[in-house]
Each structure stands twice: as structure tokens, then as C-alpha cells.
Ligand binder design. Sequence first.
Ligand SMILES: Cc1cc2nc3c(=O)[nH]c(=O)nc-3n(C[C@H](O)[C@H](O)[C@H](O)COP(=O)(O)OP(=O)(O)OC[C@H]3O[C@@H](n4cnc5c(N)ncnc54)[C@H](O)[C@@H]3O)c2cc1C
Length: 295
Amino acid sequence: KCFISDGSEAKYFTVCAALDRNRPLQTWTTFLVERGMEGFSTPRVELKMGQRASHAAELLFEDVFVPESHCLGYEGDGMGNGILMIMAASRGPVGSIATGIARGAFQHFLAWAKSKRNGKRPIEEDRIRMALADMWGMIQENRGLYMSNAMLGDCIFGKALDNPVMNLTLSLPPSLRTNKPMRTFLNSYYGKAMINYILRFYIKDEDMTQLLETASLAKFSCADNAMELCSRALSLMGPEDSEERRWVEKCYRDAKLTQIYEGTNQLNRLVVNNVRFEETLRVEVPRPFKKGVMA
Ligand SMILES: Cc1cc2nc3c(=O)[nH]c(=O)nc-3n(C[C@H](O)[C@H](O)[C@H](O)COP(=O)(O)OP(=O)(O)OC[C@H]3O[C@@H](n4cnc5c(N)ncnc54)[C@H](O)[C@@H]3O)c2cc1C
């Protein structure tokens, strides 16, 4: 698997895979793979254009044996809690990353616009003033999109994480919470049923589907706005070298990745279409007492 953020540093990896290649959606399952398992390695760290402080590595799986205790949720739960619920929670933050990059570029562009160049300040020209207003508008639009997604996420996950069962579990000392009998129970058929029951009790399919849609919307809109803002700033700054321009160039390189990871922007547009306009995509929170998928 190529391009895994922090893959060269991580100790634990959540891996989704099909148990049966002919029925991938029905048998999609999430596993926990630990560094050190036989056959697992991270042979390559990518040389990236931007976001270079965050490594992306290649993961190599050569006949890695994953024991049953490392199967997260039931077999076949991978599409629900393995992929779509995680994406619903993790795509919105990409929107906020893109917005932070855009804001950085904007601040450097503003500093450039206010500084004297050849006896004149660029901000004295209306085209620069209008560009600044457009850029500020994009940043506000981004904030609205990712914040509304984040608030929806807070409402949905807040209920699942802040309830009597969870609070009781979290109030136990770590030595009790993570001891062997507890781990054995949570990994058992009934333990997994309890977790899925809590998830389904507090999280409704419709809410999770809406979270996925707003996350995808925030992700692609914020990323595209960030790229457009950086690109416009660079065009207006022209080829003349300056410290501000170099910062905006860096922002441009960093922003590009936000269009790619967590599903490319094209794929996220299709998610919005499939949820909202065609209603063909719906997140199903995993059910308790699931039957085996390999029967
Ligand atoms: C630096 C970096 C870090 C990453 N970190 C992680 C990570 O931590 N964990 C993880 O799981 N993944 C990670 N990824 C993977 C990332 O999510 C994928 O690269 C991304 O989703 C695109 O998938 P792909 O590479 O398979 O491209 P493809 O799906 O092959 O897409 C190639 C091109 O085709 C387009 N395309 C594909 N299908 C369609 C369609 N139906 N309609 C229109 N256009 C289409 C895409 O938009 C894209 O432009 C990372 C990637 C990068 C670059």
C-alpha cells in the first residue's frame, strides 16, 4: 500500500481488506497490524512536493499472519466502521488543514501587498484590493464548511462517547480497563456486539450519512479554494523573488496534497452526488450479533 502518512513512524496500523476478492463489499474487514509482525515492513519513504514534515511511506505485506484477536469489529464490518465512519470523521479536518494553508498564503500575500515595491505599494491598485477581498471570502467560506461539519461530528460522536456506559468504562483505572479478561471480552463475539450496540444506539445511519456528505463537501471545497487562492496570489505577485512569495510557493505545494488524500476531490464530489442527489450511498453503522460473512 503506497502513500501512508506516518507509515515509517507508526507502531500500529489499521488495515482494511476483503476476505473474499469476489465479494469485496460484503467481506471488507478491518485489522490491526503491528510493526514487528512477520512479513510486514515499510521499505520506502516518498519524496514529496509539499507537506514534507509529514512522512508518507509504503507498507509492504508479505504473507502477514494477522490473528483473530486483531480483527477490529466483526468480519465484514469494514465498510461501516472501518472506512465510511472513519472517512466521515477524517475528511472534514482535511478541509481545516487546507484552510490553514490558505490563511498562511493570504497573510503573506497581504504583507507583500502592503510592502513598498519600486516606490509603490501593490495594495494601492484596485485589482489587488479586489483579489484580497476574494481571498478573504474564500477563507470565510472554508471556515463555514469545515466548522459546520465539525459541529455535526461533535453532536454525533459526542453522544456515543459521553454516555453512562462509556463514562463508567473510562472511569475504571487503566490497569482494569486494559487487563486480559477485559480485552478478551471486548474481542469476543458478545464484546463486539456490545460495542456495535452502543454505536447503533447513539449514532443513526442518517446522521452518519449526513456527516460523510458534509465532510466530503468541506474537503473538496476547502482544498480547491486553497489551491485557487495560492495560485492567484502567485500570479499577482509575479516572478520577482521575495520572502513573501517563497512562503506562498510553499503554501501552494502544501495545498496540493489536500486535493489528493482522504479520497481525491473527484471522488469526494461523487460522494456528495451519491448521498444527496441520487441517494445511492448510505452509511450503515455496524449491527450487533452479526452472522459470519464467510459462510
Ligand atoms: C502524501 C499522501 C499521504 C497519504 N496518506 C494516506 C494514509 O495515511 N492512509 C491511506 O489509507 N491512504 C493515504 N493516502 C492515499 C490517498 O488517499 C490516495 O492516494 C487517494 O485517495 C487517491 O487514490 P489513488 O492514489 O488510488 O488514485 P486513483 O483512485 O487511482 O486516482 C487517480 C486519478 O483518477 C481520478 N479518478 C479515479 N476514479 C475516478 C472517477 N470515478 N471519476 C473521476 N475521476 C476519478 C482521481 O481523482 C485521480 O485524479 C495518501 C496519499 C498521499 C499522496
